[in-house]
Design a protein around this ligand. Structure first.
Ligand SMILES: Cc1ncc(COP(=O)(O)O)c(C=O)c1O
Length: 400
């Protein structure tokens, strides 16, 4: 097959153009068009660019789409996770159960509040999500919360996790960064535990550059998070500008974790497009599954999942492999113009976490032997075939 370099629209920045052109098939492509441009221009012309009516509209729309009572727009998901732990009253030296196979923010937030991350291994190559057996094993009377992460947009074992958390009366915080509109048992991921946190970073299903959202059904948590998001102030500048309140008090030590209306307007445009984009991703995933169903050495995580998924990323795990073989395979893909990534380097191996106890053989195997392939709505059937053919050739090349 002759594979043509894609044509991209004109970019202002030559360096950026070169970076994007380096791969025939990038890992991810922004789902942006005139809708986002118009949203930004309209916001600029409205002359209100910080948190205001568009942020509020984004919160309302997000809560409605997720079926949650409350949504709080945030500067990013890291801030959302931080406030989530404060809102459920996790304190210094408390323990929080968490996965290590995630982005660092899932665990850094625990350190922000002075608590102790207790790493739990994931289930298996087929289900790289936090293991209930590990949660039970690592639970102590100092455990004050569980953070779960719905890897790639597929659900953790929420039935077992919620049952255990309810028995012990501890809150579950869902890091649902990968999973907007993903489902488990008829419920949207992020609405099952006490709090759900989402990221709108550029490469997420909803992209606003930076941005995030916290959702909850609990009115007290909602009030507390709103307060902490903006310095612990009793009123916001948009309310004051409307003349509704002229003074404010500071009643708690809060932060500036606000979103702004420029990003919120992009978020609103992105939410409109989300269902159609997820539908396209569903097809892309089904093509991958078909192409890889008989591939030796390749395990596709959650291949049997029939629940609706956001398909944030598409990963494969290599059987009977090691990190050198995986890296050789990655290079082979790159030489063929296909960008890949690794979700994730294990958090417990980072320097700042090395003094914490962690026996996580499955997490370590996966992070050494996993490969993330391109995933976005506009990937074509032909491109997926090309990626999978190249992957199979690469496996042959590496493993013989
Ligand atoms: C699983 C997970 N948790 C948390 C975050 C942090 O999100 P943000 O970049 O919006 O702070 C990310 C973002 O990359 C993520 O993938």
């Amino acid at each position: 097959m002759v594979y043509k370099i894609r044509e991209f629209g004109p970019l202002q920045n030559d360096d950026l153009q070169r970076v994007i052109m380096a791969y025939n098939i990038p890992l991810f492509q922004l789902n942006f068009d005139e809708a986002e441009e118009k949203a930004v221009v309209d916001t600029l012309r409205s002359k209100w660019i910080s948190m205001g009516p568009r942020s509020q509209a984004l919160e309302e729309k997000f809560a409605e789409m997720l079926g949650s009572k409350h949504a709080v727009a945030m500067a990013n998901c890291t801030a959302a996770l931080h406030l989530a732990l404060l809102a459920v009253d996790v304190q210094e030296n408390d323990e929080v159960l968490c996965p290590s196979l995630s982005f660092a923010a899932t665990v850094n937030c625990i350190k922000y509040v002075g608590a102790i991350p207790v790493f739990c291994d994931v289930e298996s190559l087929k289900r790289p999500t936090i293991s209930i057996d590990q949660i039970k094993k690592n639970y102590t009377d100092k455990t004050k919360a569980i953070i779960v992460m719905h890897y790639a947009g597929h659900s953790c074992d929420m039935e077992a996790i919620m049952q255990f958390a309810n028995e012990k009366n501890i809150p579950v915080i869902e890091d649902a960064c990968h999973a907007p509109l993903s489902e488990w048992n008829g419920k949207k991921l992020g609405t099952i535990g006490a709090i759900g946190c989402y990221s709108f970073f550029s490469n997420k299903n909803i992209s606003t550059g930076e941005g995030g959202m916290l959702i909850t059904d609990d009115a007290q948590i909602h009030e507390k998070v709103k307060l902490l998001r903006s310095h612990g102030m009793t009123t916001m500048s948009f309310e004051r500008s409307k003349g509704h309140a002229t003074a404010y008090d500071i009643v708690e030590l809060g932060y500036n974790y606000r979103m702004d209306d420029i990003r919120a307007s992009i978020g609103l445009a992105q939410l409109e497009k989300l269902p159609a984009d997820l539908d396209k991703r569903k097809h892309v995933r089904s093509w991958y599954l078909e192409e890889l169903k008989e591939a030796d050495r390749i395990v596709v995580p959650f291949a049997d999942n029939t629940e609706f998924s956001s398909n944030y990323v598409f990963t494969v795990n290599l059987k009977d492999s090691d990190y050198e073989k995986r890296d050789t395979l990655r290079n082979f893909m790159h030489e063929n113009g296909i960008q890949t990534s690794v979700h994730y380097p294990a958090i417990h191996r980072f320097s700042i976490y090395q003094d914490l106890p962690a026996e996580l053989p499955m997490t370590e195997y996966i992070c050494d032997n996993t490969l993330t392939l391109p995933m976005f709505g506009n990937l074509t059937r032909e491109e997926v075939s090309f990626i999978c053919d190249t992957l199979k050739k690469g496996v042959q090349h590496v493993f013989g």
